[in-house]
Design a protein around this ligand. Structure first.
Ligand SMILES: NC(=O)c1ccc[n+]([C@@H]2O[C@H](COP(=O)([O-])OP(=O)(O)OC[C@H]3O[C@@H](n4cnc5c(N)ncnc54)[C@H](OP(=O)(O)O)[C@@H]3O)[C@@H](O)[C@H]2O)c1
Length: 295
C-alpha cells in the first residue's frame, strides 16, 4: 500500500511515520512545506519526503501521485502571524480534496477534532467543521477521525501534561475541572492504518476517544503521583486569562487566543466511541501515561 501524508513534520505525522518505518509493506510519501522540515522526519527506506505547496495544485498533485490513500494531517490549533485557520485548516483541506479527486485515489483520511462544527462560534472548531464539510461534499471515499487530546512522544498535550505535573504546586485554567478523554497516539496510528486498508466507499465520520474520562485536574495529580510526588492544584481564572489572551494575541497577531482557551477547556464528550468500529483495542490510560513518562 502507498500512502501520502500531508503535514508529515507535525507531531502526529512524525509519530505515524516512526510507527510505519518498520513496516516495509507500506510506502509513505511524506509531504512537508519546506526543505528544512525534511530534516525532522524519521529516515527509512519506505519514507519518501517531498515538498508540497498547498497554493499550487500542480505541486500538490505531483506530491500525491501514485499513492492509494492520503492522510491529511496539516492543520493548526495556534494561529501565527502568517498562518491562520482559514489557510491551514480550510483552504489546505480544500486543496487536498481537489488533488485527491484529480488522481481518483482510493481513500482520504482526515484528522479532525472532537467539537468540530461548521456552525461553531469558536473559530478553530468552525474551521475544522468547514474542512470536514469540504470532504463530505466531495463524494470521495473518506474517513474523518475526530480526536481528543493526543498523548504520545513529543505530542504537545503530552509534553504540557508532564511539565504541569512536575512541580509540587501548579495552577490550572478554571482549576482543571474540564473532562478529557485522552487518546494514545499509537491507537490513532492503528486507526489510520485500518481506515487506509479498508478504504470503505462513501464518507464516514468517526469520533474516537480514549478509554477513560478524567478531569484534567485528576490527570495532572495522577501523573504527579506516578512521578513520585503529590501536587497542589490552584486555579487560574478563565475569564481573566481570556481577556489577557485577547490583548496579547491582538498585539502578536496570533498565539494563545480566547478561542484556544475555549478549545483546551472544553469537555471532550462523544455520543459513541468509534473504537470497536475502527477495529481497535484501546490502550489503557495507565499504560499511555507510563509510556509518556518513560520517553
Ligand atoms: N495534537 C493533538 O492533540 C490533536 C488533537 C486533535 C486533532 N489534531 C489534528 O491533528 C493534526 C496534526 O496535529 P499536530 O498537533 O501534530 O500538528 P502540529 O505539530 O502543530 O503541526 C502542524 C502542521 O500543519 C502544517 N501547517 C501549518 N500551517 C499550514 C498551512 N497554512 N498550510 C498547510 N499546512 C500548514 C505545519 O507545517 P509547517 O511546519 O510547515 O508550518 C505542520 O506540518 C492537525 O490537523 C490537528 O488539528 C491534533
Amino acid at each position: 500500500m502507498k500512502i501520502a501524508v500531508t503535514g508529515a513534520n507535525s507531531n502526529v505525522g512524525i509519530n505515524f511515520l516512526t510507527e510505519i518505518s518498520s513496516n516495509e509493506s507500506i510506502q509513505i510519501t511524506a509531504g512537508v512545506r519546506s526543505k528544512s522540515a525534511i530534516k525532522l522526519l524519521p529516515e527509512s527506506s519506505n519514507i519518501h519526503p517531498t515538498v508540497i505547496d498547498y497554493n499550487d495544485s500542480a505541486s500538490l498533485e505531483k506530491g500525491i501521485e501514485g499513492v492509494d490513500c492520503v492522510v491529511h494531517l496539516a492543520g493548526i490549533l495556534i494561529e501565527g502571524k502568517h498562518t491562520k485557520y482559514q489557510q491551514a485548516n480550510v483552504d489546505a483541506t480544500a486543496a487536498v480534496v481537489a488533488a485527491v479527486k484529480t488522481h481518483n485515489l482510493a481513500h482520504l483520511i482526515f484528522i479532525s477534532v472532537i467539537g468540530a462544527d461548521q456552525n461553531s462560534k469558536n473559530e478553530y472548531f468552525r474551521s475544522k467543521g468547514l474542512a470536514e464539510k469540504a470532504i463530505q461534499d466531495s463524494n470521495l471515499s473518506a474517513s474523518i477521525l475526530r480526536t481528543p487530546i493526543l498523548l504520545g512522544p513529543n505530542t504537545a498535550g503530552g509534553s504540557s501534561l508532564i511539565n504541569t505535573a512536575r512541580p509540587e504546586k501548579t495552577k490550572l485554567l478554571g482549576g482543571g475541572y474540564y473532562k478529557m478523554r485522552p487518546l494514545d497516539i499509537d491507537d490513532l496510528n492503528t486507526a489510520i492504518i485500518n481506515c487506509a486498508e479498508k478504504s470503505l466507499p462513501g464518507c464516514k465520520t468517526y469520533e474516537l476517544v480514549g478509554p477513560e474520562a478524567i478531569s484534567y485536574r485528576d490527570l495532572v495529580s495522577r501523573v504527579a503521583s506516578m512521578q513520585g510526588h503529590a501536587v497542589k492544584i490552584g486555579t487560574i481564572p478563565i475569564g481573566v486569562t481570556k481577556l489577557m489572551a485577547k490583548l496579547t494575541s491582538f498585539i502578536k497577531d496570533g498565539g494563545f487566543t480566547p478561542a484556544v482557551i475555549d478549545v483546551i477547556t472544553q469537555d471532550e464528550e462523544v455520543a459513541q466511541n468509534a473504537d470497536v468500529e475502527l477495529g481497535l483495542n484501546l490502550t489503557s490510560l495507565e499504560t499511555t501515561l507510563k509510556k509518556l513518562l518513560e520517553q
